[in-house]
Design a protein around this ligand. Structure first.
Ligand SMILES: [Zn+2]
Length: 168
């Protein structure tokens, strides 16, 4: 899978650390999706060819116990899918390049700006693998998804209460 990624400079809401991140152009919508580690190593997923994509989607729907809003799916599905993906060089992969802060692990950003002058990275990425996920029993998978979803939903509700936006 080939990606053209844009280099961003981001700042963590929790600890104020600035760090570089790589994101896909919004023009890529509907195609393969990039996953990135904190060290900016890259893998890709093609939703229609990945065997775990639909499984994760179904587990999320079952764990939710009510229909999820589009904004809830958009915020929480990436975190749930990240959890099914094998780590790369010992690091977790994050869908859309929404990496955790390298300093404190928080996912929220106080700023996210393209590097100026604009910088791009053209990259050929191998597909993600799910070896560890596939070793889990059905009930372990369910528990993992329930946990990730409830953590995500409580964060979203916090953001709404604080007047924020879940895509934040
Ligand atoms: Zn931080």
């Amino acid at each position: 899978m080939n990606f053209r990624l844009e280099v961003f400079e981001e700042r963590c809401t929790a600890c104020g650390t600035s760090f570089p991140a790589l994101h896909q152009s919004s023009d890529d919508y509907g195609g393969p999706i990039v996953l990135v580690t904190q060290s900016l190593h890259v893998r890709g997923v093609s939703p229609e060819h990945d065997p775990v994509w639909n499984e994760a989607d179904k587990l999320m729907a079952r764990a939710a116990k009510r229909p999820l809003r589009d904004s809830e799916v958009a915020s929480c599905f990436p975190l749930i899918f990240n959890d099914t993906v094998d780590s790369l060089h010992g690091e977790r992969l994050y869908m859309w390049g929404m990496i955790a802060c390298p300093c404190c692990g928080a996912l929220e950003r106080s700023s996210k700006v393209r590097k100026v002058p604009y910088e791009y990275v053209d990259i050929s990425a191998e597909p993600v693998t799910h070896v560890e996920w596939n070793r889990l029993s059905e009930s372990e998978k369910e528990r993992r998804v329930e946990l990730a979803l409830s953590e995500c939903m409580s964060k979203i509700q916090g953001w709404w209460v604080a007047g924020g936006h879940p895509a934040g």
